[in-house]
Structure formats: C-alpha cells, structure tokens
Design a protein around this ligand. Structure first.
Ligand SMILES: NC(=O)c1ccc[n+]([C@@H]2O[C@H](COP(=O)([O-])OP(=O)(O)OC[C@H]3O[C@@H](n4cnc5c(N)ncnc54)[C@H](O)[C@@H]3O)[C@@H](O)[C@H]2O)c1
Length: 312
C-alpha cells in the first residue's frame, strides 16, 4: 500500500482499529505499544488474516518508533482507564504524560502526520497532542462525536425498527456526560426524529446515549467499549486517507466558532486530506447554546488543570 497508518496502543481500541484498517485495506498499519511482544504478536496475527479476508495491507507490531516513520495518519489510543480510587485529575495527568511522550516520539519520525486522538479525557488530550506536536490545529483531531452519534443512531434504529443506514444523528459538545444531542437535526431518511417520536422517547434515547460508555463498562466489568470506538476512529482515518470531505462530528480546535475560542469541543467538521478542512456552524437555539457553553466549560476546567500543573 502507499499509505501508512500508525496506531499507538495495542490494547482493545488500538488493536481493533488496526484490524479494521487492515481488513478494509486502507493502509499499511504499524501498531506500537510499550508492552513487549503484544503489538508484534497482534500485528503478525492480522497479517495472517490477510489471505482470508483478501487484504494486501501490511501490518506489523513494534516497540520502536523508527518503524512508524512517514505515517500519514496516527491514531493515539495509548493510555489507561480510570481505576478505583483514582481521581479524574489523577487520570488526566497520567494520560497527559503518556500522550505527551507518544506525540513527541511520533513527531520525531513523521514530518506532517494527521493525529487522531482517542485517549481519554478526550478533549483535554487533544490539547496535549496539539501542543506537543507543533502541528496546526486542523491536523490534530479528537474522536468522540462519531461514537456518541453512532450510539444515538443505533438506539433510534432499534426504537423505530429501521435500518441504521437511514439514521443520522447530530451531537455537539464534549464526550460523554456533557454531550449535546440535537434531536431536531437528527433524522431518519431525512425526517427529523422530533416528527417520529414523542419527547419522552427522545429524552430516554438521549439519556441512554449520554450514558452509552458507562452502560458498557458496567456490563464488561473490566475495560471499556472498543468495537464502536475503533470503528469511529477508522471512519475518521478513511475520510482523511480517501479525501472524502465527509461531514462528521469530531473534537476540533475552535477559534471563535460557536462563540468558543482556543478550545477543543465536539462540532461537525469537514474531514478530508487536510484533516479538518472546515468547521460547520449551524444555528442553535438559546438552550442548545447554553448546553454547548456548559460542555465547553467542562473541557476548559481540565485544560486549566493541565496548564496549572505544567507551570508548577
Ligand atoms: N474517545 C473515545 O470515545 C474513547 C472510546 C473508548 C476508549 N477511549 C480511551 O482510549 C484509551 C484506550 O482504551 P483501551 O480500551 O484500548 O485501553 P487498553 O488498556 O486496552 O489499551 C491501552 C494500551 O495503551 C498502552 N500504553 C500505555 N502507555 C503507553 C505508551 N506510553 N506508549 C504506547 N502504548 C502505551 C498499554 O500498554 C495498552 O496496551 C483509554 O484512555 C480509553 O479511555 C476513548
């Protein structure tokens, strides 16, 4: 293949994203982790699936960043989930250190990659990758909105018993609790869901979407969701590699759009070969604006913690 994608982190999200990239023959894939043997084993296993799934994409696993040289896209999934007894700030600082190190290593070997950040807390980790990489903000993008809207779409399709392909969902804001779903822009075959369901049903689906990650964590008992998250990261990589100019919700760096400045927040963007090629602005009601501002405040709080620690 003439395109190369590096996936940092060979855990659940990283390995599944790598497998999807290889299966879809989107690019040659390098999986890198600090664990010795695990990325190598998974890379080799994926390569051996090639003859069966009909993919000539190469896949390797490594612990050496020299192997990631010349990557077009880098998906960053390295990091840890919150453990019992760990505060949100503890996780923030621990994963920030990992994302900082990873970004520094990636940039030593790839001149102008596009970084897709997956590690949580997502919006804050985008700031770390942006700062450490020195890349322009259109080349550092966070994955969250596609996942949140896919969850909403799946629930809409289940409720109305229609194909998921007929559903579109519109979600703004930070990842998880503070996401701002916009039902009037969410449609089934072009019809707003506000015309297809009563408010109580919409509220129930929105609520389930907001808690979509937690619902899966409580079922799995250890670890968190990875099938849908990896599919979402790969949709972003595909849009970039194929220059699709696809409008999807991503965490993007805002410079005044939606009245928010110098902050990563989930908004619809046009994704193509240049990364974020446009931030799509839609008219919001006063309530929607207020919800988005609250979501942005939650991101700003985390970024402020990072900056205050960095200056100590
Ligand atoms: N943005 C989203 O919507 C979303 C969705 C799902 C998961 N996540 C986040 O993605 C991250 C990964 O989730 P997971 O389920 O794959 O976790 P996981 O524990 O299965 O995998 C994480 C991997 O990162 C590796 N790692 C740790 N430090 C590293 C370093 N310095 N360099 C390279 N690799 C390193 C670990 O060895 C491990 O293999 C977590 O932070 C999780 O919260 C985000």
């Amino acid at each position: 293949m003439n395109r190369k994608v590096t996936v940092v982190g060979s855990g659940n999200v990283g390995a599944t994203a790598a497998q999807r990239l290889v299966d879809m023959e989107l690019a040659d894939v390098v999986v890198i982790d600090i664990l010795e043997g695990v990325p190598q084993g998974k890379g080799l296993d994926m390569a051996q699936a090639g003859p069966i799934v009909g993919s000539d994409a190469h896949s390797i696993g490594t612990n050496d960043y020299a192997e990631t040289a010349g990557s077009d896209v880098v998906i960053i999934t390295a990091g840890f989930p919150r453990k019992p007894g760990m505060s949100r700030d503890d996780l923030l600082l621990k994963n920030a250190e990992i994302v900082r190190t990873v970004t520094r290593n990636v940039m030593q070997h790839s001149k102008n990659p596009i970084l897709i950040v997956v590690t949580n807390p997502l919006d804050a980790m985008c700031h770390v990758a942006l700062q450490e990489s020195g890349l322009p903000p259109n080349r550092v993008i966070g994955m969250a909105g596609i996942l949140d809207s896919a969850r909403f779409r799946a629930f809409i399709a289940m409720e109305l018993e229609v194909s998921v392909e007929n559903t579109h969902a519109f979600v703004l804001g930070g990842h998880g609790d503070t996401m701002v779903p916009l039902p009037r822009y969410s449609t089934v075959a072009g019809i707003p869901i506000t015309e297809l369901m009563d408010q109580a049903t919409i509220d129930r689906l929105v609520d389930r979407t907001r808690n979509g990650g937690a619902e899966i964590v409580s079922l799995l008992k250890s670890g968190s969701a990875y099938y849908a998250p990896s599919a979402a990261a790969v949709e972003m990589a595909e849009a970039i590699l194929k220059d699709k100019k696809k409008i999807v919700p991503c965490a993007a760096y805002l410079r005044g759009e939606y009245g928010i400045r110098d902050l990563y927040v989930g908004v619809p963007v046009k994704l193509g070969a240049g990364g974020v090629e446009q931030i799509v602005e839609v008219k919001l009601t006063a309530d929607e604006k207020a919800a988005l501002a609250r979501s942005a405040d939650a991101v700003r709080e985390l970024v402020d913690v990072l900056q205050s620690r960095a200056s100590v």
